[in-house]
Each structure stands twice: as C-alpha cells, then as structure tokens.
Write a protein that binds this ligand. Sequence first.
Ligand code: MRU
Length: 366
Amino acid sequence: MKVDGRHTRTIWLESDGVTVGTIDQRLLPHRYVTVRLETLADAAEAIRSMLVRGAPLIGATAAYGVCLALREDASDAGLEAACETLAKTRPTAINLRWALGEMLAAVRNLPREARLAAAYARANAIADEDVAINQAIGRHGLALIEEIARRKGGGRVEILTHCNAGWLATVDVGTATAPIYTAHDKGLDLHVFVDETRPRNQGASLTAWELTHHGVPCTLVADNAGGHLMQHGQVDLVIVGTDRVTAQGDVCNKIGTYLKALAAHDNGVPFYVALPSPTIDFAVSDGVREIPIEERGEEEVTLMAGKTADGRFETVRIAPDGVRASNYGFDVTPARLVTGLITERGVIAPTRAALAAAFPERSGGA
Ligand code: MRU
C-alpha cells in the first residue's frame, strides 16, 4: 500500500540488513510511527503488545524474531528458546506457529555458522510469499465482486467487513481487503461497511484508515449495525479474514464475526472468508472445541482511548468503577455458516474434502 505516496510494506529489513522495521499500529489512525525491532525481546513484545497484529503479520514478525534471536545465540538451545518465547506471545492465530515451524525447518539441520543467513532468507521469503498469496486472493475474490456487480447491472457493490484483515494485518495487500482493493483498482463501483470492532476498534482505527488512504469509499458502523443493514438489503456480501481455519472449515476470527455470519445466514447474504493457506490448521477439526481463544485484559472493554478535540491523546473510563469485564478476543464461525473460502488457490467450499483437495501438501490426508 502507499503511505504518503510511497509504496510501503508493514514489515521490512532495515538498510543495515539485519534489524527489522515495522509500524506501531497502536498509534493509528492518529499517528503513523515506524519502529525498529533489534532483538528477540523486541519482536516478542511487538506481537504481545499488539504493536503488530493480524495473523499473517504476526507470523512474519515471528519469523524475523527468530533471525534476531539467532544473531545473539545460534545454538540449538538458543533456537528452541526463541521459538518458545515467540510461540507464547499470542495463542489464537496459527500463522505464528506455522512461521516458527518454517523457520525451524529452514535452520535446524544447518551448522551454527550457516543458520543466520538461512533464517533471514526464509523470513524474507515468508514475507514475499504472503504478498504473492494475498495478490492471488485478490484475483480470486475479484470474480465474486464482479459477479455481484453484473447481477446489479453495474450498480454499486456493498461489502461488509469486520476487524482489520487488511494491508496492516499482513505484509501487504491484506486478505479480506485484497478482493476489495483489486476490484476498486479495476474501477468497479464498491463501498465497504466497516465494523468498528470493539473492544480494540481495529475496524475504526485501522481498516477505516487504510481504505480511506487507498480511496475506497467506506462507512464506519457500530458493531451491532450489521444485522440491520443486512435485513434492509444494504449488504451484498460479507468478507472477513481469519486467524485459524480448521480441517473441516470452521473459521476463527475476531470476536463478533460469528454474529455477523448468523445475520448473513438469516438474510441470505453470502459470507466469505479470505485466507492464506498458512492460516489453515489441519491438526484441528472442531473449531469451537479445539481452538484456544485469547482472553485479553478487562481494560480494553472498560477504557476507551482516542484523540481529544484539541489534539491530545487520552484514555477514558466508560464503565462504572469496579465493574468486572470479560474480553474474549476471538470466536468461531462453524463451517455451515460460511459460503466460501477465498484462498490463493481459488474460492473453495468450507469442507474437509475441499480443503484437503486444494492443499494436499499441507493436509497430509486429513
Ligand atoms: O487481534 P488482532 O487485531 O490480531 O485480530 C485480527 C483479526 O482478527 C483478523 O481478522 C485476522 O487476524 C485475519 S488478518 C488477515
């Protein structure tokens, strides 16, 4: 995506060839600040504190985190400890564990002195692959949007999305946003309803920011508005991202996604999930029972941060003092509520057979 007219990825190697640049997403949309990750601890803390977030970007950051760790200690013990530290940062997005597995496979059997170069090569490749995958998702998803535009006689296509599965959640392009950017760049008339996505408001602060930067018409809506919009024929399709898709096609994504899927189902609105293949976890089947759901701090629910009219940044309390809050980060949408999975290999059914057929090298006959 372009930031201030310059094409920018969300993560990059700095000019020294070893440290890693990224954007502090906690400060968006009010401040665009880049930061440099220099150590394993920096990378782990960036993921834990959600300076970087979004499943594919978490994976890429973890991959570079292994590189930064190997600069300090390239021994077997160092490698294992680094992967353990990074694996503990966030529990739900499977891309994190996938990336660590890729890094281990790339360096584990090499002599110490060859590990660092191999690690950087694999981390750079993971980042490049993410971009290529998302571009392919964009091409496949474009066909869905074009089909709706044809049906509407060229009328504006109305899309609803939840959270941020955009450029900022990936290395570039995004997953849910890939078909949107591709269709918009091709000149299709479309408009996006952006769920604010409480409690951290990734829709309001990140998706609305990047769509607006790219010139995609969008409207921010309160999380609870989706059902009403769908009942009144204002949404042609829903496209969301995901943190983990199971072997049977269940979809784990930001809390509230399940409710949107229920509303879409009840109103006959197609509900698509865009995902890169590293987001598929063939080791789990029943998403509701098997996927660990991150529980985050109460303060994300009871407090709200933002910019005041005179430009100051403030955090205010929106709940009574002392009230308890619960904060599950993700929920699971059962496969039966999903119309299709937009992957780099095409749009496929959310079924065990379709997933295994599309990704035989990953499924191991699952
Ligand atoms: O908690 P976050 O901001 O990391 O959650 C992000 C999401 O839920 C995204 O929809 C998901 O990671 C897919 S990103 C392409």
